[in-house]
Design a protein around this ligand. Structure first.
Ligand code: NAI
Ligand code: CS2
Length: 478
């Protein structure tokens, strides 16, 4: 039996159900990139907004690539289970805020119409770092990307997020509707400004007046989003089915922690975010930097060192003394580059992060985090490393993490198991070699001393493996 409006009543009584009339919900949000993270984070907040009695915040989810999530959710009336897991047990809630899922490649005009609908007030995005199609070196849209070139030439059937947004805004302007608040929820620094630049560049390729209107009327708040959401596995689905008797192919699993910090810049209605536990602030950058360099920087270090050394899951890496010591050192280094926002207690944040990483119930795969490293390293590891180098400081843990990413590009774990490099720059990475070759793919330059330190660790990783390098640098007996 499948989860749906008809089977909701048959779920065990400890599963929380949508506490509102779904037939009265309006579609106030268009979300581009309806992956696991959106379903565990923003959609849960919109679900809470609906439960609080404000019916404006139903979600039209959009997949920009495959039909998988639509096919799963369509048969379930948009319903899915959010499973919050910790060592103490798990709690399940059925989320009802997602009303439809559109597949952009099948019918891009429906997506454009949804963005241009009068009830729509917010467009949110989780399309991964690579989905913005930005050229790291110039900050502009990727000139050699076929989909960007297509949308630059015609917006009849857009293929990219900036193309769909511009086509939707163009239609709103034509019919006299106001612009929108458009919010990136991806792990990129200054994600609002990056998205705004991408959208305005796309608009300018078609109509300077439209570009000026967007620049003047639309809001692009930056956000910091945080909740660890590992990809759902077939085992997760099977375990849930055995427990409840109901199959939910769209379920997502996550941790208890959740945080959303949004720059207070809106150009239309919004949910009562403060009442929903979402922080509004005039400066998101200090929150973004702290999260990207502490949480995500450590995650990438764990992904490559742990992945090379044979750790399938994050919690296995932090169970090692040398693993924890390496992460603490990386945080000591990274935190010297931060300007922590008022309200962020770094020692408490670090302690909480270690506990979150140690959560054995999450089963967060190192391989998932290792994906798309070329899009992640600059803001997570290279930026703090370069800033410290400029201040004359050495950074053994950041250096080891960057060297491990380079070693990863050989496509073999230390026991010789081969794997595919899952990265939009995979072809360039395959052709690259040596520290300068890999740094060039990242668009990064470092000073000679840091370069030599990375080269030395890369050699150590090649000769002795990740666990030996970790012990050497961060073990009890270096
Ligand atoms: P996912 O793999 O479940 O979903 C990724 C989504 O992005 C899918 O809808 C996919 O179609 C879309 N996408 C992928 N490549 C794209 C491209 N080239 N162009 C346009 N769309 C593309 O991943 P998940 O877990 O939903 O994460 C997505 C993003 O959310 C992450 O990359 C990150 O920026 C952000 N995020 C994720 C967290 C997590 O723990 N999973 C936590 C905080 C932020
Ligand atoms: C992870 C993040 O996959 C990755 O790169 O570092 O998705 C991480 O789980 C989230 O940012 C946590 O908020």
């Amino acid at each position: 039996m499948r989860l749906s409006s008809h089977t909701l009543g048959q779920l065990p009584s400890d599963v929380a159900l949508p506490a509102y009339d779904r037939t009265a919900v309006k579609r106030g949000v268009v979300h581009l990139g309806i992956g696991a993270f959106h379903r565990a984070h923003q959609a849960a907040v919109f679900n809470a907004a609906l439960a609080s009695g404000d019916p404006r915040w139903g979600v039209t989810g959009v997949s920009l690539r495959s039909a998988g999530v639509r096919d799963q959710l369509e048969l379930q009336d948009g319903l899915y289970t959010l499973l919050v897991r910790s060592g103490a047990g798990s709690q399940a809630r059925v989320i009802g805020s997602v009303l439809d899922v559109l597949v952009a490649p099948e019918d891009p005009r429906r997506v454009v119409d949804a963005i241009a609908a009068a009830d729509t007030h917010l467009v949110t995005l989780t399309i991964t770092e690579k989905g913005y199609k930005l050229d790291r070196a110039t900050g502009g849209l990727l000139a050699d990307d076929a989909d960007i070139a297509h949308d630059m030439a015609s917006l009849e059937a857009p293929r990219t997020a900036p193309g769909l947004i511009v086509a939707g805004l163009k239609l709103r302007r034509t019919v006299g509707l106001p612009a929108l608040t458009i919010m990136s929820c991806d792990n990129l620094p200054h994600n609002g400004a990056l998205l705004r630049d991408a959208v305005i560049a796309m608009a300018r390729a078609h109509d300077a007046g439209l570009a000026d209107w967007i620049a003047a009327e639309a809001a692009f708040p930056s956000t910091m989003v945080d909740r660890i959401v590992p990809a759902t596995t077939d085992d997760d689905i099977a375990a849930r089915r055995e427990l409840t008797g109901i199959e939910d192919l769209a379920m997502v699993k996550t941790e208890p922690f959740t945080q959303w910090v949004i720059e207070d810049w809106f150009c239309g209605p919004r949910p009562d975010f403060a009442a929903l536990g979402v922080q509004l602030t005039d400066k998101v950058a200090p929150w973004e930097d702290a999260k990207l360099r502490l949480l995500n920087g450590a995650h990438s270090a764990i992904a490559y060192l742990g992945g090379l050394g044979g750790d399938e899951f994050v919690h296995q890496f932090v169970a090692r003394d040398a693993g924890r010591a390496m992460i603490e050192t990386l945080w000591d280094e990274a935190q010297t580059t931060l300007d922590p926002p008022a309200g962020l207690d770094i020692p408490a944040y670090r302690a909480a992060l270690l506990e979150r990483f140690a959560n054995p119930a999450l089963q967060h795969r190192t391989r998932q985090i290792a994906m798309d490293g070329s899009q992640k390293l600059p803001q997570r590891l290279i930026a703090p490393l370069a800033e410290r180098a400029a201040a004359g400081q050495q950074s053994p843990a950041l250096v080891l993490a960057v060297a491990a990413w380079m070693r990863w590009q050989a496509g073999r774990t230390d026991d010789g198991t081969a794997f595919e490099i899952d990265d939009p720059a995979a072809a360039r990475l395959a052709d690259a070699s040596g520290v300068d070759g890999y740094l060039a793919v990242l668009g990064a330059e470092l000073d000679a001393r840091t370069y030599a330190a990375i080269a030395a660790q890369l050699t150590r990783l090649e000769q002795s493996g990740a666990l030996a390098a970790l012990e050497h640098t961060h073990g009890d007996h270096p």
